[in-house]
Design a protein around this ligand. Sequence first.
Ligand code: AMP
Ligand code: MG
Length: 270
Amino acid sequence: MSKHQPLRPDVGQVVRLADFDPDYTGDFTDKDEAKDQLDENRDRLQDLQEVLYAEHKHALLIVFQAMDAGGKDSTIRHVMEGVNPQGVVVSNFKVPTEEERDHDFLWRIHRRTPRKGMIGIFNRSHYEDVLVVRVNELVPPDVWGARYDHINNFERLLADSGVTILKFFLHISKAEQKERFLDRLERPDKHWKFSRGDLPVREKWDQYMAAFEEAITRCNTEYAPWFIVPANKKWYRNLVVSNAIVDALEKLDMRYPEPEPDLDQIVIPD
Ligand code: AMP
Ligand code: MG
């Protein structure tokens, strides 16, 4: 059994990703052991999403960031399986369009935040603006450097407006990324997922890790926590993410709204 590893760094803790083992699986040794809990979480999540929607008081925002092949798409698919699609909006953030670039970096993000009753999922996010943008020097250091505070203020605004925020960094090793790229090259049904453009990004692995460390360190708050999800093992990754989502929703102590009065007097005409 591996030694205990926190899934959430403490607020204020300086994060060094080398201290977080991507192979960590907690008390579990294999997929079968985790299955029951994962199934139970799925059922819980379906119920919690329904009352979130009905109560119409809170919203949930889930942010996923990872290196390429880190498992963002597959985590979303597995963890949200069975949840009513009407209650969930997934947003993918790509290279900004010209219109998006003509605004502040949070403009395109803010309009995709979930409204009351909804779960919003970000596949990439405003964090790209202190990750790829920083590593590739797409804007000067003083510009990206000011963004950590902007992000914290923005997330505070959302939290104060009833949005519960969970941020997941899916942490894979460089060796695991290689395996997953090779798989994409070998399997015809996965060829479409391979992009030559991912290779120059891989070459800058260490710079990306430094950028992730700073983003997680500086933007890990009580109101918008970061989780460092050990993600080499897909089943453990899914379990960690689903546990965190179920826990956060349960803490909201949600209720179905009060029914209209005198429902028992209503007669439905033939
Ligand atoms: P994918 O998620 O594989 O479709 O790739 C989307 C690409 O868009 C990735 O290479 C991201 O790094 C890039 N991207 C996302 N947001 C930004 C941003 N704000 N500035 C520059 N590139 C971005
Ligand atoms: Mg890609």
